[in-house]
Design a protein around this ligand. Structure first.
Ligand code: DP6
Length: 374
């Protein structure tokens, strides 16, 4: 499979207008993507839990226009026009135009909303870019196949790996981690020798049977710092070029993905904790050893980590943490520990969060078509 497989044949249908709405979740990586090559090709494979509650809903309305010379679109967040978002979407459209040659034929209205607060420090790029990619794929599907009867896009999508693969491929070109948000409950992105079907071009569902202990795994996101990040992920990825430890890190991530694939099947939570926490701290160690160097953790991030370690030592709990590219802490734990861990979070960790805020989430199963109108 190459990029060229995603360049469509001529469209057989002509559509004047319509709209699609998709909701797509965020995800949290267990083995982290940090460092990329040209065209959003990851330097190493990664694996994530798909989330359930933290998601973006995007409606894409389209109307045929008289010319096809340039992109034409407006973006709204929670009903408010957001011209500030346009340049990111324009960049995305430029990257994907060769794969979606209809983009200049229509004026698009993109209306989006997140279930999590916009300024929560939770990145909306994974859920937002995957939702937009799915809306665009729904348009393409109509242009290729014509109107499908009844609840069809969802149905045919199940039988149509191309739809989901290309949506993931397009989402990746918007934001790398977005390609892991379309399905659940575990998604691998990046070629890995032990994961059949894995690809640098799109995310694939973890292909093995997962141990019951990971079913409905919980993720409570502690909102430590809701401010704008000092260094964006894209800048951080670029700092892996020429980074003194980069090659070792990429090798380690390959090894860790092989190891976690076994852990997920066998259900050894002690090994899971050691690998996941080490991945989180390694990610931040890469940031601290970049040139220029930077630190995204805050004092309260470290306070929380220490509290989790102490709680685990005292109680034998299997709770652990991971971090994304920011100060917030994802607290991961098995469903059967939910009552005890939530009590621990409320009593001992919420005080380290901005305004005491945290979001309870759990593993989810991916994006959903909400509405279609033609
Ligand atoms: C630390 O996907 O946000 O969350 O591809 O430049 O948009 P771009 O970066 P992004 O990077 C995410 C990095 C991470 C780890 C991960 O999700 O694997």
């Amino acid at each position: 499979m190459t990029e060229n497989n995603f360049i469509p044949k001529t469209y057989s249908n002509s559509i004047e207008n319509g709209s699609f709405t998709w909701s797509s979740p965020s995800n949290i990586a267990l083995v982290k993507y940090w460092g990329k090559k040209k065209d959003q090709i990851p330097e190493n494979p990664s694996i994530s839990f798909t989330l359930n509650n933290c998601k973006t809903t995007t409606s894409l309305s389209f109307t045929r226009k008289s010319d096809n010379e340039s992109f034409s679109f407006d973006v709204f967040l929670d009903g408010e026009k957001k011209d500030g978002f346009k340049s990111k979407i324009e960049t995305f459209f430029n990257r994907v135009e060769v794969y979606l040659p209809f983009l200049k034929d229509y004026h698009f209205k993109i209306e989006t909303s997140n279930t999590f607060p916009h300024s929560s420090g939770i990145a909306s790029s994974a859920s937002g870019m995957s939702a937009l990619a799915l809306c665009l794929m729904s348009v393409e599907k109509e242009l290729l196949n014509g109107p499908v009867i009844s609840n069809a896009v969802e149905k045919s999508q199940e039988n149509d790996p191309y739809f989901i693969q290309k949506a993931s491929f397009l989402a990746r070109l918007g934001s790398g981690s977005a390609c892991r948000s379309l399905e659940g409950d575990l998604v691998v992105w990046g070629k890995h020798q032990d994961i059949l079907g894995s690809s640098d071009l799109f995310g694939v569902k973890f292909p093995h049977q997962v141990h019951d202990v990971f079913k409905n795994y919980q993720d409570t996101i502690l909102l430590v710092d809701k401010g704008e990040k000092q260094v964006s992920s894209t800048v951080g990825h670029n700092l892996m070029h020429g980074h003194p430890f980069a090659q070792e890190r990429f090798k380690q991530a390959h090894e860790n993905l092989g190891v976690i694939a076994e852990i997920l099947q066998q259900g050894d939570l002690d090994k899971f904790i050691a690998l996941v926490e080490s991945e989180a701290l390694t990610l931040h160690a890469m940031m601290m050893t970049s040139m220029p160097y930077f630190i995204l953790m805050k004092p309260n991030t470290l306070q929380i980590i220490n509290k989790i370690w102490a709680f685990r030592a005292e109680t034998g709990s299997k709770v652990c943490f991971t971090l994304d590219a920011g100060a917030n802490v994802h607290v991961l734990y098995p469903e059967q520990e939910a009552a005890a861990v939530i009590a621990f979070i409320e009593n001992e960790l919420a005080g380290y969060c901005q305004n005491g805020q945290f979001i309870n989430d759990s593993i989810g199963f991916g994006a959903q078509l909400i509405m279609k109108s033609l």
